[in-house]
Design a protein around this ligand. Structure first.
Ligand code: PLP
Length: 448
């Protein structure tokens, strides 16, 4: 039996350490024999009294400090943007041109097709789904809420808040596996071809949450050009980590909006992004980009909901960055803080687990997460053991719809927030828990 549902190839092509880990008898014997020693190690961990948290992908205080100059912006007496817009007043539903110009360049979309809105892209995703449910999207035969059944495709492992939105609106979630090049495009194409109830697909195209995969140009082309039975099928292209590189290789996201237009499906892609992990999570700016028809559709509903976004915050951002290169430079400063933490995760997991055949994990080139696959049937136990040792991990199963990982194998690690020394201590503890859970499992299998 392979170690996990992902297969070893995925980790390998992401540059990750990837161990083949058949749960065959020799391994099981060797592992089970380690049980007493691992129990001792674990008891020592418990004695150490750790209180560490690797749950959510939040920026660290050190990263938040990078944007502290924004606290003094726009500055006394500064209340118009470069185009003369008075940011103190109502209006400007599309967002501040000065900021949209910067992010249009970064996200590689025409400025007219990019809105700068509130403080969180998740709100925009939620509202797109809400509007679709209430009124349908361009091309809908009827509102999605009037359909008997709406299905949405969720690549797994994936982002739990995408699943939560789909669940809140009563959509049925259908999973497809992630590959090193993004969602398994052939599996997606097969699902959408004949079933008009399949209306949507979540995609995190760059440095996916949690496995760090980047959608290749070929996968992007396939997804935007595949025939769909639903005339109003949409790809929710959540580009949350578009600029969040961990190496000097600043990968460019495939331009799905352009490709969709070229493929004759101009309205298929809605792109989301934000500065939550560029400046301040909670006090940033979120963006929506799409075809002219989708933007007009979104705007028409937004106009009822709002007279305009927080342009003071948008001006503050525009002045802080100056231009697109200012954002890129700023992201390099984030990288300098984050990269050592991700390197530590990979180094410690390799040292502790590299030759044990009980886990494989990603070594992402960007984004906020490491995806760890442990012996099937032990992920929940690893999380439980870690908690018992004072290390809080994202609940096992969170990377799957309804919180249910059918293999109980995947754990999302989020090393961004704690200081480096704490990341190191936490990952070392996690490695002990992975080994102990694997040994318990092996011993149980032998006994059973
Ligand atoms: C894939 C993905 N999308 C969206 C978000 C949240 O973005 P925002 O803060 O803009 O709502 C996150 C945060 O972890 C994320 O991982």
């Amino acid at each position: 039996m392979p170690l996990s549902h992902h297969g070893a190839a995925r980790g390998a092509s992401l540059g990750a350490v990837s161990t083949s880990a058949p749960s065959s008898a020799p391994h099981a014997d060797a592992l089970a024999a380690l049980l007493p020693e691992l129990r001792e190690q674990y008891a020592a961990l418990q004695q150490a009294g750790l209180t560490l948290d690797l749950t959510r992908g939040k920026p660290s205080a050190q990263q938040l400090d990078l944007s502290n100059a924004m606290l003094a912006l726009p500055g006394e007496g500064v209340f118009t943007d470069a185009d003369g817009v008075d940011v103190r007043n109502y209006g400007g539903l599309d967002g501040l041109p000065q900021l949209r110009r910067i992010f249009a360049e970064l996200l590689d979309v025409p400025m007219a097709q990019l809105l700068a809105l509130g403080n969180a892209s998740l709100t925009l995703m939620h509202d797109v789904i809400a509007y679709a449910t209430l009124w349908g999207v361009p091309g809908s035969p009827r509102p999605w809420g009037r359909e008997e059944l709406v299905k949405i495709i969720c690549p797994v492992p994936g982002y739990d808040r995408h699943f939560a939105v789909a669940q809140a609106f009563g959509f049925e979630m259908v999973t497809v596996p992630m590959t090193p090049d993004g969602p398994d495009a052939e599996a997606v194409a097969a699902l959408v071809a004949d079933d008009p109830t399949v209306k949507g697909l979540w995609v995190v195209p760059t440095y996916a949450n949690p496995d760090g995969a980047v959608v290749s140009e070929a996968v992007a082309r396939r997804l935007v050009s595949m025939p769909t039975a639903a005339p109003d099928f949409r790809i929710l292209w959540d580009n949350a980590y578009a600029l969040h590189h961990l190496t000097g290789n600043e990968t460019k996201t495939a331009n799905a909006i352009d490709l969709a237009e070229q493929a004759g499906n101009p309205d298929r892609v809605l792109m989301f992004a934000s500065t939550s992990k560029i400046t301040w999570a909670g006090a940033g700016v979120a963006f929506l980009a799409s075809s002219p028809a989708n933007i007009a559709w979104y705007r028409s509903h937004l106009a009822v909901q709002s007279i305009g976004p927080d342009k003071v915050n948008q001006l503050r951002h525009a002045l802080f960055f100056g231009d697109a290169e200012g954002v890129r430079e700023h992201m390099r400063r984030h990288r300098d803080i984050l990269a050592p933490k991700f390197a530590a995760v990979n180094r410690i997991l390799t040292q502790r687990l590299g030759d044990k055949g009980v886990a494989h994990w990603t070594d992402p080139q960007g984004g906020y997460f490491v995806s760890l696959d442990v012996v099937p049937g032990t992920a929940a136990r690893v999380v439980e053991l870690a908690k018992g040792a004072g290390v809080v991990l994202t609940p096992a199963g969170a990377t799957f719809p309804y919180g249910k990982d059918p293999h109980d194998a995947n754990i999302r690690l989020a090393p961004s927030m704690p200081p480096l020394a704490e990341v190191e201590a936490a990952i070392d503890a996690v490695a002990t828990c992975v080994l102990l859970a694997a040994a318990e499992h092996a011993a149980g299998a032998i006994a059973g």
